[in-house]
Design a protein around this ligand. Structure first.
Ligand SMILES: [Zn+2]
Length: 244
């Protein structure tokens, strides 16, 4: 049975290989480090998919290109431009940044994972927000109406290989002011996006750091070895070590 494209209002069954994370990021990594990008997940530890994981059952060419044009490409360019700038440490504040673009781009990555049935991304989902996320991505609803979805941005202190590394969203629980918040961490070429999916308003001290609706990129530096994702990476690597 052919699969239908998940794009808003699209009935196409001619589906293509849609990458969860735009291929431009693994390409950039390959160009800069001259080593093949390694795809790591619970299932895979391989250099045989150098441009990252993709699903051939979620999107048609036109819808994949639409997301590429609206979010993936401009966000890649913005992140490249930000990478070239000096950031104040340990806290940074950069004016005139299209933070909505970063937030919507991360939403596009999460949404592609969310609609996929692949095991590798089975723990990534937007729960009850999958359909409204699609409406936001296709401009049928403003991002500001997706109130449960918020993105914050941090940077990693310089660390060997940290700028040549990315991961698909990692499910995480954040402790903010004695409360727990469900969401994801997305490490991406030296940046760390924290996604919160929860209808409660964040404690007020975090509000200036929310990217949605902002034109000022505010955030702080973190040390990769002390992060949640470093722990996760260590356990995945240990698992693959045992298997080989
Ligand atoms: Zn389509």
């Amino acid at each position: 049975m052919p699969f239908n494209c998940h794009g808003l209002g699209c009935t196409s069954t001619g589906l293509i290989n849609a990458h969860f994370m735009p291929q431009a990021f693994p390409r950039r990594i390959q160009k800069r480090s001259r080593v093949q990008n390694t795809t790591v997940s619970e299932l895979r530890f391989t250099q045989r998919i150098p441009h990252g994981l993709f699903d051939s059952e979620i999107l048609c060419d036109a819808c994949d290109q639409f997301l590429g044009r609206e979010y993936d490409k401009p966000a890649f360019e913005l992140i490249n431009a930000l990478s070239a700038m000096e950031f104040a440490r340990p806290k940074f504040e950069i004016a005139n940044v299209n933070c909505d673009l970063l937030s919507a781009f991360i939403l596009a990555v999460l949404w592609r994972c969310s609609i996929s049935k692949m095991f590798d991304v089975s723990n990534i989902n937007l729960l009850g927000y999958t359909n409204s996320a699609r409406m936001v991505l296709w401009h049928a609803m403003p991002l500001s109406d997706l109130r449960a979805y918020r993105v914050l941005c941090q940077r990693y202190y310089p660390h060997s290989g940290i700028d040549e590394f990315y991961s698909l969203p990692i499910a995480a629980t954040f402790e903010l002011e004695d409360a727990q918040w469900h969401g994801y961490v997305v490490p991406l070429v030296g940046f760390r996006f924290m996604v919160i999916i929860d209808p409660r308003p964040l404690p007020s001290e975090y509000e200036p750091y929310i990217l949605n609706g902002s034109t000022v990129l505010r955030g702080s530096f973190v040390d990769f070895p002390n992060t949640y994702e470093a722990d996760q990476a260590r356990s995945v690597l240990a698992f693959h070590d045992k298997g080989s």
